[in-house]
Design a protein around this ligand. Sequence first.
Ligand code: NVA
Length: 326
Amino acid sequence: MFKGTIVFINYCNYMKYKSFLSITDLSSRELWNLFDTASKLKKEIKKTGKNKEYLKNKVLAMIFEKPSLRTKVSFAIGMNQLGGHALYLGPTDICMGKRESVHDVAKVTSSMADIIMARTFLHETILELAKYSSKPVINGLSDLQHPCQILADFLTILEVKKKIVGIKIAYLGDSENNVAHSLALASGILGTHFITASPKGYWMNKVITKSAMTLAKKQGGSIQEVIDPNVAVQNADVVYTDTWVSMGDEAEKEKRLHVFQKYQVTELLMKKANKDAIFMHDLPAYRGNEVETKVIDGLQSVVFQQAENRLHVQKALMLYLLKINL
Ligand code: NVA
């Protein structure tokens, strides 16, 4: 749950490098180019077992304030496959903002590494890191957004549905979280119809909703928020959910498990979506809470394709931010 004030800052305007802090840091054209590069890199590694060493001698510093599986593994392996190296800095290694200021961490790390990826509690921390870093910074999840996940999600949708523009995504559960926010903004940029179903009090941050709606208007998509999950899934091509208890929300666990009960993605609910609808989840998933086991482990689920695509699309992202062409 995001509690701060939202500011969309793009530091690339006056810095040598562009950072990726919000999904809105990339235009529709840049996103499509990224999907294209990711698909090429994916094809290359599937066919030959390796990629060209585009990032030879480059180092990625990975700063984590929270736990991670997909982000850590995909960035580390991605860097390795491109001939570079990834350095892991866990929550107790640097204690950013406590043992050392974010300003100093940014200055020191960016003087040695070529690119930084950070997973932080507060979105403000990642903004500050990018402000003082002399190298590109990637948001590997903050309380406001999870843009890398959403890159992988749309690559997956493109692979499975063969299109992005005009499809309908229904997101159920906690819409006040990072994944829902980035999905809404990306839907706006890419011309997708995005609808969330959540109990009152758990709708998207109003600034995000407004920005996503403005983007959607330009691109021919739409952004909608409802309470009833049955309404949301009608004609949906994608049914998406996320954990009801995001990292940082643990103190509210009991309350949340109760409040979101009606939003579980069940087989019955999936039947109300389009026949060929797919089920998506950014993982980690809590079977029996936000999704029925039969759904996430069933034929409509693409969750592991989504997870794998983190690897391919983030490699494309790092190349783009470091201005390296295939
Ligand atoms: N909304 C979840 C995403 C986990 C990848 C969280 O912030 O914990």
